[in-house]
Ligand binder design. Structure first.
Ligand SMILES: Nc1nc2c(c(=O)[nH]1)N[C@H]1C(S)=C(S)[C@@H](COP(=O)(O)O)O[C@H]1N2
Ligand SMILES: [Mo]
Length: 293
């Protein structure tokens, strides 16, 4: 029998500390969360939990990346309720617990791309938005879904300073909202979402730029007309409604052709629809790809 001496162990056999920590988190997740399934959509290495929970965009807490993790301690994500209304047969206001009950959580490992040119790979815990939408029976007139996020100036210093028009609003076309890749997330790395990541409930739409991922959702509304999302309202030249990742369409500030994965040194080429083209491109057939930003 061959016994490996420490000097014989190639460095590739040694589990990096971050992976070891991740495994521990995963074991903790098995205990705390009933995860029903797992969908891994990339083999790229996952971004460290430290980076995912500190490098965030959340303007209700301020306009720099660390603001939400620094300024989030006054924010209370419990109790929480969500109102679902608009063009549907069964509108209502539900506590978060009642809203989550019928939806088994899954782990989804997704690429996450920001307009600013950085990206991450994040293991979310969540469930398909479609399974929630169906419960409320939207009518045939409902063409879009509008998401409104929480507006609590007393707990959110960025709202007091009016750094954006609040509350933060996002929207999806109904078919985008019903797409199986679109999820509502309640956790990441096997643990409940922290304030800075959008606790207790946020949207994740992996083929679109991060700004579509509304955090701390309190209202979901079925509407006939395309909603005006906050970033388009604030600066339409930079941010559109569709926000589909398109490496061929630069914004005035950033090229979009490449991205830097947080933790990497080199830039990598950005993929159309953030690498999800096979699953989503057909939804935009016949539309001008330059206008899908
Ligand atoms: N409520 C709310 N949701 C928000 C934002 C925000 O300022 N407020 N920022 C958006 C932007 S600009 C991005 S890039 C993503 C970033 O998600 P992340 O911080 O989890 O990476 O959240 C989006 N969701
Ligand atoms: Mo963003």
């Amino acid at each position: 029998m061959l016994i490996k001496q420490p000097a014989d162990i190639p460095s590739s056999d040694i589990t990096p500390h971050s992976t070891y920590m991740r495994r521990r988190d995963f074991l903790a997740a098995l205990v705390t969360l009933p995860i029903a399934g797992k969908m891994v959509t990339t083999t790229d290495g996952q971004t460290t939990k430290d980076a995912v929970t500190s490098y965030t965009n959340y303007y209700e807490f301020g306009s720099s990346k660390g603001d939400a993790s620094r300024n989030g301690s006054a924010f209370k994500a419990s109790p929480w309720s969500v109102t679902i209304d608009g063009l549907c047969a069964k509108p209502g206001t539900l506590t978060l617990e009642d809203l989550l009950k019928p939806h088994p959580l899954e782990e989804r490992v997704y690429r996450h791309r920001c307009v600013e040119g950085w990206s991450m790979v994040i293991p979310w815990d969540g469930f398909p938005l479609a399974s929630l939408i169906k419960r409320f029976e939207p009518s045939a007139k409902a063409k879009f879904v509008e998401f409104t996020t929480v507006n609590r100036p007393e707990q959110m210093p960025g709202i007091r300073r009016r750094v954006l028009p609040f509350p933060y609003v996002e929207g999806l076309r109904m078919d985008e909202a019903m797409h199986p890749l679109t999820i509502l997330a309640t956790g990441l790395y096997g643990e409940s979402l922290l304030t800075q990541n959008g606790a207790p409930l946020r949207l994740v739409v992996p083929w679109k730029y991060g700004f579509k991922s509304a955090k701390a959702i309190v209202k979901i509304r079925f509407v006939e007309k395309q909603p005006l999302n906050t970033w388009q309202d604030a600066n339409a030249e930079y941010y559109g409604f569709y926000a589909n990742v398109n490496p061929d369409v630069p914004t005035p500030a950033y090229s979009q052709a490449t991205e830097r994965r947080i933790g990497d040194f080199f830039q990598r080429r950005t993929l159309p629809f953030n690498g999800y083209a096979d699953q989503v491109a057909s939804m935009y057939a016949g539309m001008d790809p330059k206008k899908l930003f």
